[in-house]
Write a protein that binds this ligand. Structure first.
Ligand code: HEC
Length: 106
């Protein structure tokens, strides 16, 4: 019984941690990425158009691996700013997960 309770508590904590990560990623995305990439990832914003940002669900983006996307987010590419040093690796990984969520919705 005790073991079962311990497992239940552990699982509840893990669930909260995952939710907190997702929430943080959504906040960071809104404040730092949405300007160019759009709230829904479609890049349909004045800055997105000016910088020719591809929508996240574009074929070229969809076929990139997580490692490639993370690399672009870290070191930048063209007009895409480098986020290394401004955001942690974990924050950037959470953002890639968040971006995949946007890809699924659109
Ligand atoms: C100043 C505008 C701008 C901002 C702000 C910005 N991006 Fe980008 N981003 C771009 C552009 C432009 C590209 C396309 C680069 C290319 O392929 O030449 C891009 C590309 C990417 C890519 C690679 C996939 C793709 O669409 O080509 C990822 C991943 C990405 N951005 C993540 C982020 C994240 C995460 C943030 C916020 C922390 C962010 N971006 C903020 C302009 C921006």
């Amino acid at each position: 019984m005790k073991a079962l309770i311990r497992v239940a508590i552990l699982m509840a904590c893990a669930g909260v941690a995952v939710a907190a990560h997702a929430e943080q990623a959504a906040e960071v995305y809104k404040s730092k990425c949405a300007l160019c990439h759009g709230a829904s990832g479609d890049a349909n914003t004045p800055a997105g158009k000016a910088f020719k940002v591809p929508p996240f669900n574009a074929e070229a983006v969809a076929k990139e691996s997580d490692a490639e996307l993370l690399e672009i987010a870290k070191t930048g590419k063209g007009k895409m700013p480098a986020w290394q040093g401004k955001l942690t690796d974990n924050q950037l990984k959470d953002l890639i997960t968040y971006i995949h969520g946007l890809q699924k919705k659109s």
